[in-house]
Design a protein around this ligand. Structure first.
Ligand code: F6R
Length: 251
């Protein structure tokens, strides 16, 4: 696990955008795994600016998002579909046919999950997977206790995730209780390179346990210690509880 402690959030976004751009430029048709949430918004902003200045071209890129709430239509204001359109897709030249987000209001959720998994496999896996991390250590919506062998499936959100995401819905009661999420096995097996981003002190405990604690389903992100190609980029606040600071690169 390669850990980079960025000076501040803007720096984290620049470093991660450089990794995405390198992947897009070097792969003939790059497959990106994408995350929603507050953390990657600055990364998407940076990539949009770079696209607008002609620095990067997404015309041959395919994307797969990590997750989507069950029960929300694509156009629901809080769907991850809408989030991705607003914050990234509508501003760059990724072909709409190449964008994949689980359909949360699909009438046959199990079939949708299986098809999503198959689509990633047919695409040849994911060249670069962007991850955020929950304060409880979740990746995607793989909450503490998730089976490390799990594939894309319907999951139940933990109480802490419902609380954390209530800020987007305005009321805890409005947060969907279920989501479709790539499984831990999906992420671990399909991703050739994983970049996990975290900023802010509310992520500091999770980052320390993820990187330096035991590998355990209680801290789902800790399994990334066993992946062959993981880059963790944190700002100083999210990295403040890491014990082996001298081992990590700063930028
Ligand atoms: C989002 C996702 C989640 C978030 C995590 C952190 O697609 O899969 O795991 O990455 O909840 O969210 P923020 O960035 O809002 O703190």
């Amino acid at each position: 696990m390669n850990i980079i402690i960025a000076d501040h959030y803007d720096n984290l976004c620049e470093v991660s955008a450089d990794i995405v751009k390198k992947c897009v430029r070097t792969q003939e048709s790059a497959v990106l795994g994408l995350a929603t949430g507050s953390t990657p918004i600055g990364l998407y902003k940076k990539l949009i600016l770079d696209y607008q200045s002609g620095d990067v071209d997404f015309s041959n890129v395919t994307t797969f998002n990590l997750d989507e709430y069950v029960g929300l239509s694509r156009s629901h204001p809080e769907s991850y579909n809408k989030f991705m359109n607003d914050h990234f897709f509508q501003h760059v030249n990724i072909h709409p046919d190449n964008i994949h987000i689980p359909q949360g209001d699909h009438p046959k959720l199990e079939a949708e999950c299986k098809q999503y998994e198959d689509l990633i496999r047919y695409a040849g896996g994911i060249d670069l997977q962007i991850l955020g991390i929950g304060s409880n250590g979740h990746i995607g919506f793989n909450e503490p206790g998730s089976d490390p062998e799990a594939r894309t499936r319907v999951v139940r959100l933990s109480e802490s995730t419902i609380e954390a995401n209530a800020r987007f819905f305005g009321d805890t009661a409005l947060v969907p209780r279920l989501a479709i999420s790539m499984g831990i096995k999906t992420i671990m097996e399909f991703s050739k390179h994983i970049v996990l981003l975290a900023n802010g002190e509310e992520k500091a405990d999770a980052i320390q346990q993820m990187a330096e604690g035991p590998v355990t389903p209680d801290m789902p992100a800790s399994i990334l210690q066993t992946h062959h190609n993981v880059t963790v980029i944190v700002d100083k606040k999210a990295g403040q509880k890491l014990k082996n600071q001298s081992l990590y690169r700063t930028s």
